[in-house]
Ligand binder design. Structure first.
Ligand code: DGP
Length: 117
């Protein structure tokens, strides 16, 4: 497993920093966002360090699929799938990325504006 010592989400994935875990698999982890922007706000991350979606390549196809299917499974498990939800991944500071370890935001429980800010 590729992990980076000073990466916040690597430290959550390895259990060094606590998080409110919702679900997990061999390659991914889902936990509640510490600063929720919707009634349901869960982050789905790979256990291995990946800086952002821009670092995915042909070798990451299975991992990328697992993150998306995990998000869909978590949405079903939390009972928000039928009502609707939004998945977001920010790449780069200009898009709002503040933690440079790939994560998919699962947001639900309120109306979502479009276009996003
Ligand atoms: P982004 O801005 O797209 O990189 O999203 C990072 C998210 O991570 C942001 O919504 C807040 C969340 N976050 C930051 N620090 C922590 C933490 O220590 N624990 C948890 N659970 N979430 C965190």
């Amino acid at each position: 497993m590729n992990q980076v010592a000073d990466c916040l989400f690597c430290r959550i994935a390895s259990g060094q920093i606590p998080a409110e875990i919702v679900a997990e698999g061999d390659e991914w982890l889902a936990f509640h966002d510490v600063s929720p922007q919707a009634p349901v706000h869960v982050l789905i991350i790979p256990r291995s360090h990946v800086e952002s979606v821009a670092a995915l390549d042909g070798d990451s196809v299975v991992l990328a699929g697992r993150l998306l299917t995990a998000a869909a499974d978590v949405a079903r498990a939390l009972g928000v799938s039928d009502d609707g939800y939004r998945l977001v991944t920010n790449r780069g500071a200009r898009a709002g990325q503040s933690v440079f370890h790939l994560h998919v935001h699962l947001l639900a429980g309120r109306d979502m504006a479009w276009p996003p800010g």
